[in-house]
Design a protein around this ligand. Structure first.
Ligand code: C5P
Length: 399
């Protein structure tokens, strides 16, 4: 998806070790179609050279307020005219302080003062600098001035200390930037989703699970966050996927844990989307200790799991519920049957051979108006279409 096609972004790089991550961010932005212009401060240029950013962005890199390449000598004005946003990453404690006071003693701070587009900052600094009352005051003031502060994160720091102050990873910064240009179809809504497989213990080391990768559920959670949802809670079975930007992930293993986590997250939810491939059965009595091998046949007694989606949809205060159905044949009949049985306003059906575990999917949406096939596409694009469809149904229902 070239989702930033036609967007012009100015990326400011100040002095911080995290500048190396900004090189990757620029690559991601350019790959998504953005026209990226990098401005380095003098300190920023000590960490990653202009040549790297020039090669990655395909555009000249700017450092000097007096750069003769800009014929009218107005780099501080011209760079942001027509820009959709300025993002400073990494943003040092020094640049945050300068922005608060409107200082304009180099190209980056001058263009920030002269800009007419949104400003985002991704702070990166030692934890004590981040926690210093001066920085705390500055960050609060920047927020009040309408600046978007992205992160920082907690973790290992370049200085060897551990704590708050790490710059967000490039993928998360990319998400935050991309989300700004998405229409806010779910503004103000709370969304709860399930994703991934469940794992039903047989004994302490073995269990029953399935091949769901969680990719579709994670893509949907990400699409909901991008669509401006006020809160997105993703109750996830075991997957190797990172939590998307703006999504609160609750990790669970079994269907029973998933049910409890969903019910706990449900108050105030406007939408519930059950994407998880929840195991229909679990071993009735998981063994306390590892089952030993013997030459004998072994029979497992299975107990049915609760149907989380059906339970949520049957509540008197049910949110707008969306179900998924992965079938191996007769998709229309099974999908529409499930939608009616679980009383769902929307169900997404696909053939397992088309979607399970893979990166692409081919789905059909079923609602009261009928069936709506979507063209085969990567899961993030399918997720976006599902969000558009459910937002339209939600609006029609409320309106
Ligand atoms: O397993 P089944 O095909 O009935 O799943 C249809 C929908 O119901 C899916 O959205 C799935 O996430 C949900 N489901 C559930 N709890 C179960 C089984 C399925 O929430 N125990």
């Amino acid at each position: 998806m070239r989702e930033l096609e036609g967007r012009r972004l100015v990326i400011g790089v100040t002095g911080g070790v995290a500048a190396y991550k900004t090189a990757e961010l620029v690559r991601l932005l350019v790959k998504a179609g953005a026209d990226v212009h990098v401005v380095l401060t003098e300190a920023g240029a000590r960490f990653v050279g202009a040549v790297t950013f020039q090669a990655l962005s395909g555009n000249p890199v700017w450092t000097d307020l007096w750069d003769a390449r800009m014929s009218n000598n107005m780099a501080h004005i011209d760079l942001t005219r027509g820009a959709d946003a300025v993002l400073i990453a990494p943003a040092s404690a020094d640049v945050l302080a300068k922005l608060v006071h409107g200082l304009a003693d180099d190209l980056l701070t001058t263009l920030c003062l002269a800009r007419d587009c949104p400003l985002l900052v991704a702070p990166a600094m030692n934890r004590q600098m981040w926690e210093h009352p001066a920085t705390v005051r500055n960050v609060a003031q920047l927020r009040e001035d309408g600046v978007t502060v992205l992160g920082p994160d907690a973790g290992d720091q370049a200085c060897g200390e551990v704590g708050m102050g790490r710059m967000l990873e490039p993928e998360l910064l990319f998400e935050a930037v991309a989300a700004r240009f998405q229409s806010k179809l779910l503004a103000g809504r709370k969304v709860v989703l399930t994703a991934g497989p469940t794992f039903e213990a047989i004994d302490p080391v073995r269990g029953i699970t399935n091949s769901s990768s969680g990719k579709m559920g994670y893509a949907l959670a990400r699409a909901c966050a991008r669509a401006g949802a006020a809160e997105v809670v993703l109750v996830s079975g075991p997957t190797g996927l990172p939590a998307p930007w703006g999504v609160r992930r609750v990790d669970v293993k079994s269907a029973l844990e998933m049910r409890d986590a969903v019910l706990a997250a449900l108050p105030g939810a406007d939408v519930f989307i059950g994407v998880a491939a929840v195991a229909d059965y679990r071993p009735a009595q998981p063994a306390e200790h590892k089952i030993k091998k013997s030459g004998e046949a072994l029979a497992l007694t299975l107990a049915p799991n609760p149907d989380i989606l059906a339970e949520v949809a049957a509540r008197p205060d049910a949110p707008f519920c969306v179900g998924f159905a992965a079938e191996s044949r007769e998709l229309d009949a099974y999908a529409e049957g499930k939608r009616r049985a679980k009383k769902l306003p929307l169900l997404v059906g696909n053939l397992v051979q088309d979607g399970l575990g893979g990166d692409d999917n081919e789905v059909i949406l079923y609602d009261d108006a009928g069936r709506h096939p979507l063209a085969r596409a990567p899961k993030p694009a399918i997720a976006q279409r599902i969000v558009e469809h459910l937002a339209a149904l939600l609006r029609a229902r409320k309106g």
